[in-house]
Ligand binder design. Structure first.
Ligand SMILES: NC(=O)c1ccc[n+]([C@@H]2O[C@H](COP(=O)([O-])OP(=O)(O)OC[C@H]3O[C@@H](n4cnc5c(N)ncnc54)[C@H](OP(=O)(O)O)[C@@H]3O)[C@@H](O)[C@H]2O)c1
Length: 358
């Protein structure tokens, strides 16, 4: 039950992903040894960007194939590691038994390692605010770590879209209980907001979903966000920094959860318009938002927007225990757009150049 030593060895699950890739990148920058866990280390589309990181050439970064659906998948990889950043998705968020089972696979490998003293588990703000009854947001509008969705609501079911939120809470609790039982390691949960920022590999443009939404904006068509919720954002690089600082922190205890977001919230149509404001040289032809919701939801747009406007986003705790500072959303949008253009070769829709009159 201890923070990891500076420049120790850390395993990262989901290392080919948007967030996991940045956790790897920043760990290397800070001098750590990193074991990047991907499903297929031989897949060039998903792993070349990792192999191009300078630490790979020296052997400070190693890649490992592991599918968390397989028991024992991380046994050999975690041996000798001081910490684990368990960032990866699971294959199915709607099956609670499956989710508990694969948490068990990771936990068993941590227990078997004989060396891991801290695990940071990536959860989500969905485990803080995903409500089956939107008026719960009115009743409890302060979004902070002790807030949980109303778990007693009978409409909180995977069939009604709550599977992701439910699964994240299953994972948070499974890791905290296992760590408590072990006494040899502790589990800290990180609940990130909506990640925006630069991709590092072309395949990440389709993931997210937030960078994929920005890709769609660039290409000329994008959708309204669910129940008109503004994006509640964190830069992906700051999110990765939070994960690392939680691994290192002497101020956290087993079972605690920390929300990683800047507290910047912005409507999706404003984010789309921001592309032209931030990068006028691009001459982005700002598209109109498509509202795909049924009429009964559309009729309540003003009500929903009012509810979200009353929400209060807090990040006091993670700033207090880690000292992290969050960069402004404008920087995240700009860097996301530039990475989509330069790395994924996204072709934006642009306004025609107007010739100046003679
Ligand atoms: N993006 C956000 O805005 C956001 C917000 C809140 C929370 N989160 C959480 O942050 C974490 C990372 O999100 P992300 O956006 O970076 O996701 P991502 O880009 O889709 O990456 C997730 C990674 O999970 C791995 N994965 C999926 N199923 C797996 C399995 N059965 N075994 C092993 N690996 C598996 C994939 O590995 P391969 O590529 O090797 O196949 C993938 O690279 C997730 O836990 C997510 O719930 C994300």
């Amino acid at each position: 039950m201890a923070p990891i030593p500076k420049r120790g060895t850390v395993a990262v699950t989901g290392a080919a992903g948007f967030l996991g890739g940045w956790v790897v990148h920043l760990l290397l920058d800070k001098g750590y040894r990193v074991r990047a866990c991907v499903r297929n280390a031989e897949d060039p589309l998903r792993t070349t960007f990792l192999k191009e990181m300078p630490g790979y050439a020296s052997g400070r970064l190693t890649l490992h194939s592991a599918d968390l659906d397989q028991p024992g998948c991380f046994d050999e990889i975690f041996k000798g590691c001081h910490g684990v950043a368990h960032v990866s998705h699971v294959s199915d968020y709607n099956d609670a038994d499956y989710v508990a089972r694969v948490c068990g696979h990771v936990i068993d490998s941590v227990n078997n390692s004989g060396s891991v003293t801290r695990v940071v588990v990536t959860s989500s703000i969905a485990a803080v605010i995903s409500e089956a009854d939107i008026h719960e947001v009115v009743r409890r509008p302060v979004f902070y770590e002790d807030r949980f969705p109303d778990e007693m609501n009978p409409r909180r079911t995977p069939e009604r879209g709550q599977g992701y939120s439910m699964a994240k809470l299953i994972a948070e609790r499974a890791f905290a209980e296992a760590a408590e039982k072990s006494g040899a390691w502790d589990a800290i949960t990180c609940c990130p907001g909506d990640n925006v920022g630069p991709i590092q590999s072309a395949h990440q443009k389709d993931m997210g979903p937030w960078q994929h939404n920005i890709e769609m904006m660039l290409e000329g068509a994008y959708d309204q966000n669910l129940v008109y919720r503004p994006w509640m954002t964190v830069d992906v690089r700051d999110d990765a920094e939070c994960h690392i600082r939680l691994l290192e922190s002497v101020n956290v205890k087993n079972g605690e959860r920390y929300i990683a977001w800047s507290t910047d919230a912005r409507n999706v149509e404003d984010i789309c318009a921001d592309i032209d404001r931030l990068l006028p040289e691009l001459r982005h032809a700002t598209p109109q938002v498509t509202d795909p919701f049924p009429d009964r939801i559309k009729a309540r747009e003003a009500e929903f927007r009012g509810i979200w406007a009353g929400a209060e986003l807090r990040n006091d705790r993670i700033r207090a225990v880690t000292g992290v500072t969050f960069r402004p959303l404008d920087d995240s949008i700009r860097d996301c757009v530039e990475s989509l253009l330069s790395i994924a070769k996204v072709q934006p829709v642009v306004r025609p150049v107007v010739e100046a009159a003679a």
